[in-house]
Design a protein around this ligand. Structure first.
Ligand SMILES: [Zn+2]
Length: 55
């Protein structure tokens, strides 16, 4: 198993941005983009970056 965690505090309680259809609210499956690693960390209460942690 691997999961996405905050690079600042290591928490997995993070949210990521997703693309949503502007007209139909369609949500595609989230794709982890190595070039766009911003996330919202609920522990840091701040915008941080995610990393994929193998466990
Ligand atoms: Zn954090």
């Amino acid at each position: 198993m691997s999961k996405y965690v905050c690079t600042e505090c290591g928490s997995d309680d993070i949210e990521v941005r997703m693309w949503v259809g502007a007209n139909d609210n369609h949500i595609d499956e989230w794709v982890d983009d190595e070039n766009y690693r911003e996330c919202w960390c609920k522990q840091c209460h701040d915008i941080t970056h995610w990393e994929l942690k193998e466990s």
